[in-house]
Design a protein around this ligand. Structure first.
Ligand SMILES: *[C@@H]1O[C@H](CO)[C@@H](O)[C@H](O)[C@H]1NC(C)=O
Ligand SMILES: *[C@@H]1O[C@H](CO)[C@@H](O)[C@H](O)[C@H]1NC(C)=O
Ligand SMILES: *[C@@H]1O[C@H](CO)[C@@H](O)[C@H](O)[C@H]1NC(C)=O
Ligand SMILES: *[C@@H]1O[C@H](CO)[C@@H](O)[C@H](O)[C@H]1NC(C)=O
Ligand SMILES: *[C@@H]1O[C@H](CO)[C@@H](O)[C@H](O)[C@H]1NC(C)=O
Ligand SMILES: *[C@@H]1O[C@H](CO)[C@@H](O)[C@H](O)[C@H]1NC(C)=O
Ligand SMILES: *[C@@H]1O[C@H](CO)[C@@H](O)[C@H](O)[C@H]1NC(C)=O
Length: 471
């Protein structure tokens, strides 16, 4: 009898222990979290959206309906009342060293000062970052910001390249620009801001919460909390009224191990947008390198293959605008040329690629690198945080956003998708876009001769510095 009781007690203890361990290992939030009483049922679906762009001073392109990035971010800071959540691959806003030579560089410092002053306005600043010893994050932390550090090396063997803001769980920014003074000055950046869009903000906040919970973890939980599941995806896209026009939207996330249930992976979102295109696919991207390398480089067919299908099987017109910059992979030309030559003898196959390259300064550095990461089709746009390189999608953390909008036959070029197309067309037809020519390899990078082994490129991505390198 006694031993039976003992057994029961031990059994109960073991059970308790098991439950506890399960809870710890699964990152289930036991205490819950304040979601401000806004749920996916009563969140706001009527949003205002603007495309934000940083166009470097020495690149003479008109804004054409887009908002300057700096004023977009300051508007978000003006609107904030309670909480700002930021994820950025870089924290390098303090630009004092460069301010004498580049007038717009001080924008970075202004932004940093506003972030430092949030605490005194009783607005909390939360930052999730993969940077263990960033000076700037330490400064922000001293000024009251909450910083959570993720060891991405041990979690995915990659980097945290996500770049987005969630403000009061109402307004969001997502785009190519991180918290780097160059993004407000010398780099050509593009992003979107959605105001009063709590449904989308709620879902992006869940991705932020996922990062938040991974602070100091050296493994990924086997079970994610239900509060981290995706709210909206391809099958259940969020119906929106965007600037008074109907649209559908959903966010995406990378890598796959960061995607709990119902969360779409970036690569799937890209496939969907390519798949749903009816007439054209225009892509503006910093790097296009369909290779994945883990010591040895292998062809990564995912996006390249889908583009070939779109071109050859569905006669979709494809245009690729790729950046020509210091670290352009030499094989980029080969991959672009391969796509283009596929089409040459095929009727109704239309593919073209150009290199975006702005002026080269006398000292050999390239100004105004096109850091854009988007794709626009006749009925959708995708904006993400990655260059289109296999490794990015496999190892790194980043987010994306898909917005689909049917063309309004009554009122041309007013949907956001059409506005994005206008931005693409502006760049494509600008004097900075140089056609791809056979046997004429553009010299994007003075410091590396062509051809160059892959390994050297992989390493060079790691060690970049100075005002123009390192994206
Ligand atoms: C939204 O719904 C939740 C629960 O259904 C409720 O607690 C909350 O007050 C609602 N919020 C608003 C702003 O209506
Ligand atoms: C910015 O950098 C300068 C010198 O490079 C330094 O004196 C200053 O304290 C820095 N500001 C912040 C906010 O870190
Ligand atoms: C991150 O994890 C790696 C691999 O275990 C380790 O070498 C490194 O020191 C960790 N970084 C920090 C800042 O803890
Ligand atoms: C939105 O569209 C409706 C119907 O077309 C129109 O009545 C309304 O004035 C529009 N609102 C704004 C803010 O443009
Ligand atoms: C090319 O397009 C034209 C017009 O849409 C069509 O009539 C023709 O059959 C197409 N050719 C092929 C080979 O698909
Ligand atoms: C649409 O774009 C064309 C050329 O890009 C322009 O002439 C026209 O005014 C635009 N229409 C509207 C409603 O903005
Ligand atoms: C951009 O706007 C300018 C002036 O507003 C206009 O001249 C130009 O045609 C526009 N470009 C595009 C591609 O819409």
């Amino acid at each position: 009898m006694q031993s039976q009781q003992k057994c029961i007690v031990i059994f109960a203890l073991v059970c308790c222990f098991a439950v506890l361990v399960a809870l710890i290992f699964s990152a289930v939030d036991v205490w819950g979290e304040d979601e401000d009483g806004i749920t996916e049922e009563n969140c706001s679906r009527t949003c205002r959206m603007v495309i934000v762009e940083n166009i470097p001073e020495d690149v003479s392109l008109p804004h054409n309906g887009t908002t300057p990035l700096t004023s977009g971010l300051h508007t978000l800071l003006d609107l904030a009342t309670r909480q700002i959540e930021i994820v950025s691959p870089h924290w390098n806003l303090n630009s004092t060293e460069y301010e004498s030579s580049i007038p717009t560089a001080k924008q970075g410092r202004f932004l940093l000062h506003r972030l430092m002053g949030l605490k005194s306005q009783k607005i909390s600043l939360k930052v999730a970052s993969g940077l263990a010893d960033s000076k700037e994050l330490k400064v922000l932390s001293h000024n009251g910001a909450d910083i959570h550090y993720l060891n991405m090396t041990i979690l995915t063997n990659g980097k945290l390249l996500s770049s987005f803001w969630v403000v009061d769980r109402k307004h969001i920014y997502i785009g190519s620009a991180g918290m780097d003074w160059r993004a407000l000055s010398t780099l050509k950046e593009l992003g979107v801001i959605l105001y009063e869009c709590s449904c989308l903000a709620l879902d992006l906040h869940r991705i932020f919460s996922l990062y938040w919970q991974l602070q100091y973890k050296d493994f990924l939980p086997s079970i994610w909390s239900k509060r981290l599941y995706g709210l909206f995806n391809k099958k259940r896209a969020l119906p929106l009224i965007l600037n008074n026009m109907t649209a559908e939207a959903y966010p995406s996330n990378s890598p796959d191990v960061f995607c709990p249930r119902d969360r779409v992976e970036d690569i799937e979102a890209i496939f969907d947008v390519i798949q749903d295109a009816k007439w054209f696919i225009y892509i503006s991207i910093t790097d296009y390198v369909p290779l994945v390398s883990n010591g040895i480089s292998r062809y990564w067919s995912a996006i390249d293959g889908k583009l070939r299908e779109a071109l050859l099987l569905r006669n979709i017109k494809v245009r690729l605008l790729v950046s020509c910059w210091e670290q352009t992979h030499p094989l980029t030309v080969n991959f672009l040329w391969s796509l283009k030559s596929l089409c040459m003898e095929m009727p109704n196959c239309s593919m073209d690629a150009k290199f975006f390259s702005s002026r080269e300064k006398p000292d050999g550095t390239v100004e105004g690198i096109n850091h854009n990461r988007y794709m626009v089709t006749d009925n959708a746009l995708y904006i993400g945080n990655f260059g289109w390189v296999g490794n990015e999608f496999t190892y790194n953390a980043g987010v994306g956003l898909v917005i689909s909008q049917e063309e309004d036959p009554e009122d041309r070029n007013v949907t956001m998708v059409q506005q994005m197309r206008a931005v693409f067309d502006r760049d494509w037809h600008s004097r900075y876009a140089k056609p791809l020519q056979l046997n004429k390899i553009p010299v994007c990078n003075r410091h590396t001769a062509f051809p160059q082994p892959l390994k050297a490129w992989d390493e060079s991505v790691e060690k970049t510095d100075g005002p123009n390198a390192s994206l």
